[in-house]
Design a protein around this ligand. Sequence first.
Ligand SMILES: Cc1cc2nc3c(=O)[nH]c(=O)nc-3n(C[C@H](O)[C@H](O)[C@H](O)COP(=O)(O)OP(=O)(O)OC[C@H]3O[C@@H](n4cnc5c(N)ncnc54)[C@H](O)[C@@H]3O)c2cc1C
Length: 280
Amino acid sequence: MTAPHHTPDLFALSEINGPVLRPGDRSYADEVTGFNLAALHTPDVVIGATGPDDIVTALRWAKATDTPVAVQATGHGANFPIDHGLLINTSRMTDVRTDPATRTATIAAGAKWSDVLASAAPHGLAGLCGTSTDAGVIGYTLGGGLPVLGRAYGYAADLVRSFQVVTPDGHLRETDPQHEPELFWALRGGKGNVGVVTSLVTELLPSPASTAAASTARANTRRLCSEPGRTGRAPSRTRCAARSRSSACRPSRRSRNPCAAASGPASRSPGPATRPRAKH
Ligand SMILES: Cc1cc2nc3c(=O)[nH]c(=O)nc-3n(C[C@H](O)[C@H](O)[C@H](O)COP(=O)(O)OP(=O)(O)OC[C@H]3O[C@@H](n4cnc5c(N)ncnc54)[C@H](O)[C@@H]3O)c2cc1C
């Protein structure tokens, strides 16, 4: 196990409701390990956030101690593992609330697409997920979010109505097109560089288009998560991406374009497809 670069004063972090762990602590390994076993974070301290308050406390502490911060929900996008600083694990924050009246979902920082689909499907709704339902909604959306139905509906970030985010100064902010619009713009494609998102509100789409895409993503996820590399050795990201792409884009019997086949009439109706794209 990597030795810590320094011994941080963790007193202020005792307000955090979730675990606060350092290398050598029991559960430290579980707390830092995500999906991509080839890119393992080894921070000086990891916290398991249970809500926005924990993230506010963590970022205020990081600012006061000049400690670099990274975030992990699932570890699907852990391209640059950290070897010092603070890691905020959001995987406990999985709450999803679907509002069928407004056709929106409020999605917490650690929720995966599978959590959103489980909440939205009973209302005949689904979100613009990508090729895997195991990916985190926030990390995916902060990168723009290129959905299976991207040709019909554009980027998932275009459907976001608002974010709740803790900026590096430790302030919890609500941002939407009317409130702090530049922050809102930066979050829709700016990845994790401007703060730690605690939740977002996104529009949902009606079936059957979105549920067809969700079925594809679910099938991909089953295939991906059952492959030997997941538990035996670290999966090659290249292989995973190729695997997902090949199954997502395989032509259906009805059409050579599965996205067009899946979108059906909904893709021709006015709605998200007619929205102006976000500036990326
Ligand atoms: C099998 C597979 C299929 C995929 N398919 C698609 C696809 O179809 N379309 C597509 O667009 N992408 C796809 N991706 C890419 C995926 O969207 C990114 O890897 C995304 O970053 C995953 O986010 P995560 O939260 O699951 O991962 P994590 O590794 O937990 O997080 C990745 C990064 O996201 C940022 N982040 C996460 N949570 C927060 C937060 N709360 N606040 C601030 N920053 C945060 C951080 O920078 C973090 O380092 C796929 C990835 C995999 C592994």
